[in-house]
Design a protein around this ligand. Structure first.
Ligand code: SAM
Length: 366
């Protein structure tokens, strides 16, 4: 049972940390539940948004409060975030915010001259890329730092079979190139591998990384689909991806074999690799075979304003309800701190008794 905001408002919010000692520095916000793709492993194919979306100003207020608690990185997602009206203006507003804590954990004290102190937030977007060709430059100008584009094939026919949208590959490729040209690169391209479906695309994706100058990241399929298609056999595990790439020789002057790259941060989800000539970058995100929950620094906000402490949470916490009933920023901060205390230690994929989470990936945003 969570204490009421009024009880908690008297406690001064400190930097967001859960009961397992993990600092929470990243938030992912779904700005709409709508999506223009119906990827076969994600959605049933039925039309219609399931959850409402909030005014952008309300998401902005949530982010402001979270930043005051130590959030440094904001990732916009969906549904499909590029469908959301007002997204560019939202990025412009987010780009004005500054972090509230120094890297050593001490609070930033704004200077007397009114300088806001702190650093700019790290602003990222996860998109299917269908509308990115036109939006990449405006988003970059607004202050977006990075883009991740979801692509599950580099073969146009396989791509269209997965998204269930004709000629989608050409649109997304144009979006990736526009993002690179707009300075949002190196673009990360995320590919969810499903056995017997797109696992033959592993080497073509490696060629794509080298050719387009993008970071390709393979992601193990998780039980977060609307349908009931997940089974351990459908997952293409990290070791198998590595074995296939290690056996591949990029060209006659480059020997086979991946070279591991150092991690950027402990909370980084991907193991990173390049090839012997240093061209191309491959990441592998292995939540199923190599869970990384111990370093999780993330929370999520759904399009209807619920706070989720884990992708696999069995319930979410209605942050927007607190706003509707008139909580002050201090009360919201105290409420969030308390919810985050209850963040799950880890997920239980593949264990006996695993229970599907209360929402699917398309309604959380990844
Ligand atoms: N529409 C945006 C996009 O396509 O990137 C954002 C939402 S989408 C749900 C976010 C990411 O979740 C995509 O990269 C998608 O491939 C991934 N995803 C969906 N279902 C998944 C699952 N069951 N396991 C792993 N990743 C999944």
């Amino acid at each position: 049972m969570l204490p009421s905001p009024v009880d908690l408002a008297t406690q001064a919010p400190a930097r967001l940390r859960d009961s397992h000692g993990r600092a929470i520095t990243d938030v992912r916000i779904s700005v709409t539940d709508r999506c223009n793709y119906k990827c076969v492993y994600c959605r049933t194919g039925n039309e219609g948004a399931q959850y409402t979306e909030l005014p952008i100003a309300d998401y902005l207020r949530m982010v402001r409060v979270l930043v005051s608690l130590g959030i440094e990185k904001v990732r916009l997602t969906g549904g499909e975030p590029l469908l959301r009206a007002g997204l560019v203006d939202f990025v412009t507003e987010l780009a004005q915010l500054r972090t509230a804590f120094h890297p050593d954990g001490t609070p930033v004290v704004p200077s007397d001259e009114g300088h806001p102190g702190g650093s700019k937030l790290d602003l990222a977007l996860t998109t299917n890329g269908h509308l990115l060709a036109d939006l990449a430059a405006p988003l970059a100008r607004a202050g977006l730092n990075r883009v991740t584009v979801s692509m599950d094939a580099v073969d146009p026919d396989i791509f269209a079979r997965i998204t269930r949208v004709p000629r989608s590959y050409e649109r997304v490729l144009a979006g990736v190139r526009a993002a690179q040209a707009a300075g949002l690169g190196p673009v990360k391209v995320n590919c969810v591998l499903l056995r017997g479906f797109n696992d033959a695309q592993i080497v073509p994706f490696a060629e794509f990384s080298r050719r387009e100058g993008v970071i390709v990241r393979f992601i193990e399929f998780m039980p977060l689909e609307e349908d009931r298609s997940w089974s351990p056999e459908t997952v293409v595990p990290m070791d198998e991806i590595l074995a296939r790439l290690n056996a591949w020789r990029p060209n006659c002057s480059t020997p086979a074999g991946l070279i591991e790259l150092p991690q950027h941060a402990a909370s980084e989800t991907a193991r990173r690799y390049t090839f012997a000539d240093g061209v191309g970058e491959i990441g592998i995100i292995a939540p199923v075979s190599r869970p990384f929950c111990g370093h999780c620094s993330r929370i999520r906000i759904t399009s209807d304003g619920a706070l989720r402490t884990c992708l696999f949470s069995q319930s979410d916490h209605d942050l927007y309800a607190q706003m509707r009933r008139g909580a002050t920023d201090a009360e919201l901060a105290a409420w969030i701190c308390n919810v985050v205390q209850h963040k799950e230690a880890r997920h239980h994929i593949g264990e006996p008794g695993f229970q599907k989470p209360s929402r699917n990936m398309v309604h959380i945003g990844g």
